[in-house]
Design a protein around this ligand. Structure first.
Ligand SMILES: Nc1ncnc2c1ncn2[C@@H]1O[C@H](COP(=O)(O)OP(=O)(O)OP(=O)(O)O)[C@@H](O)[C@H]1O
Ligand SMILES: [Mg+2]
Length: 540
């Protein structure tokens, strides 16, 4: 949609108003001038006809009906008609005889088309009328009666033509006839045209032009501050509340500007207050979230401590039970072991050549199972007796290689070692860490029954020595990950569930940690971390 500005509207309507006033005043001026000119024409008309009517030669010529006597007065009349407005003249005798009639050559209308006053007898006073002929020519028609004796004075003419005289006793005198003259308003029309083209139109044009200029300046004076206000309002709307309208006039616009400035100031104050409150709220929120984070952290620590406590208590309980049971089982087991040894000697092929092969095989099975039981007992005892580490400065890569050399790794497992060279020496109980690594490598191998890849890497991470053992085995289901460090938790048919519990105990005693990341069906990563600087460890 086209936007029509206030300036355009103002100029348009003001110009329209000025043009209307200009037109009206020029119409009024023209009408006034015309009626003035018409009055003057009328005056000239009656003055001319009065000259004729008062001329004695005219009266004589009418009395004797002699055209020749008329020449002189007519010449005088023509001389008096300086403006050349006399269009026609006519002398009528009482018996309806036209004595003489003439029209000027420049008049187009035929003389017989100019109305003749039929009832001459009825004309007692001068008559005036205006008529327009068929071809559009207009005439101011003057008629005056001529009496035998009486002569109408000039004042009487005027009174008659302007309808001021009331009664007269002219009827008593003998009427000779009438004189009729016609004046053309042609000169007035021309003068009016000249006035129109030389005064009214240029004046109207100048009025409109001046009006447009004046209204343009007035509109600019009004629109300029309004535009400024709009511009500032836009800036304020887009958030810049520092804007101020610089209009100091004492009118309504000035008042609007000062109220607008006040409004912006109030708004700024409100926004500042709101921002202050918002900042405070943000601070409170930040503090709350800090407290919340602390709470979450504390809660996690609490949960861990609780789990630790449960594990420790469980370990202690299992340890007590295990040491008791192991102690009680050791003696009977060694007695059985001795008995089996003796039986094996007595039933050997040397002593009894025809002994059944199956008997010796059974004795071997018994012997092996007794050994397995002893191992379990030893493990249990070892687990319960994880002693305080005896630390020596050690090269962790050497410990890793040592542990790997003590584990039988199946041929279908590919071993990859990524050991960072020149690692710093670290204060550890190499035997215990060896035990941890063996347990972890064994678990990894046991998870890859169908083969896979075993990766061992060592590195320094932050202030820790980190060893990662990863396998591409079966992985640990999510719900079991939390339980794997619990003593006696096992998913293996011949497992004891002690290995990782022992590892956890050892790492704790070294102020280190053991962590797991596993994905079922993809593999497991075990991380052990040992502090490079340990307050309990002494110097390297
Ligand atoms: N690398 C691994 N991949 C898959 N499962 C693992 C892995 N390591 C540990 N586990 C799971 O954790 C359980 C506990 O392991 P842990 O070493 O404590 O006992 P175990 O291996 O079952 O028996 P043992 O006492 O002979 O070591 C395992 O039974 C096994 O389910
Ligand atoms: Mg194990």
């Amino acid at each position: 949609m086209i936007k029509i500005g206030i300036r355009f509207k103002f100029i348009f309507f003001t110009s329209l108003l000025i043009a209307t006033i200009g037109l009206a005043s020029s119409w009024f001026f023209s009408t006034q001038t015309r009626s003035q000119l018409e009055e003057e024409l009328k005056k000239r008309g009656y003055s001319l006809i009065a000259q004729l009517a008062q001329d004695g030669e005219v009266k004589d010529s009418m009395t004797v009906a002699q055209k020749a006597f008329f020449e002189e007065p007519i010449t005088r009349l023509r001389n008096l008609d300086i403006e050349r407005e006399l269009a026609y003249w006519r002398v009528l005798l009482t018996q309806d005889n036209i004595l003489l009639e003439e029209k000027e050559k420049w008049i187009k209308t035929e003389i017989d088309k100019i109305p003749v006053h039929k009832n001459i007898e009825g004309i007692t006073t001068p008559v005036f009328n205006v008529f327009t002929t068929d071809n559009g020519e207009q005439f101011y028609n003057f008629v005056v009666p001529i009496h035998e004796k009486r002569t109408i004075a000039e004042e009487e003419f005027a009174a008659h033509f302007f309808g001021l005289e009331e009664d007269s006793d002219q009827n008593e005198e003998k009427l000779l006839g009438i004189i009729q003259i016609g004046l053309t308003p042609e000169r007035i029309n021309k003068k009016m045209q000249v006035i129109l083209w030389t005064r009214s139109i240029p004046l109207g044009f100048i009025i409109v032009l001046v009006g447009i200029c004046v209204s343009y300046f007035i509109a600019s004076g009004v629109v300029k501050p309004v535009k400024l206000l709009v511009k500032i309002t836009d800036k304020v709307a887009s958030g810049d509340l520092s804007q101020k309208v610089e209009i100091n006039s004492k009118d309504e616009i000035g008042l609007l500007a000062s109220q607008f400035n006040q409004m912006t100031k109030n708004l700024k104050q409100l926004i500042d207050e709101k921002e202050g409150v918002m900042d405070e709220l943000k601070n409170v929120n930040r503090e709350l979230s800090l407290i919340n984070n602390e709470l979450v952290q504390k809660n996690e620590q609490l949960n861990e401590a609780q789990e630790q406590l449960v594990r420790t208590e469980k370990l202690a309980a299992v340890g007590t039970l295990a040491s008791g049971v192991s102690h009680e089982l050791r003696n009977p087991l060694s007695a059985i072991k001795n008995a089996v040894f003796l039986l094996k000697r007595k039933l050997s092929r040397k002593a009894m050549p025809d002994i059944d092969g199956k008997t010796i095989q059974f004795l071997d099975i018994m012997d092996n199972e007794i050994d397995r039981c002893s191992k379990i007992i030893n493990d249990l005892l070892g687990f319960t007796r994880v002693s305080k580490p005896t630390r020596f400065s050690s090269d962790i890569n050497v410990v890793v290689n040592e542990a790997l050399s003590r584990v039988v790794i199946a041929k279908n497992i590919k071993l990859t070692k990524i050991l960072q060279p020149n690692l710093p020496m670290i204060m550890i109980d190499a035997n215990q860490i060896d035990q941890v690594l063996i347990n972890l490598v064994e678990n990894a191998c046991q998870a890859m029954v169908d083969g896979g890849e075993l990766k061992i890497s060592s590195r320094v991470s932050e202030s820790f020595m980190e060893i990662e053992i990863s396998d591409s085995g079966c992985g640990i289901p999510e719900k079991e990950v939390k339980k794997i460090f619990d003593p006696l938790f096992t998913t293996k048919p011949r497992g004891t569930g002690i290995g990782l519990a022992v590892c956890h105990g050892i790492m704790q005693k070294h102020n280190g940690a053991i962590k797991v990341k596993s994905q079922e069906g993809i593999g497991t990563k075990m991380f052990i971390r040992l502090p490079l600087e340990d307050k309990d460890a002494g110097s390297v």
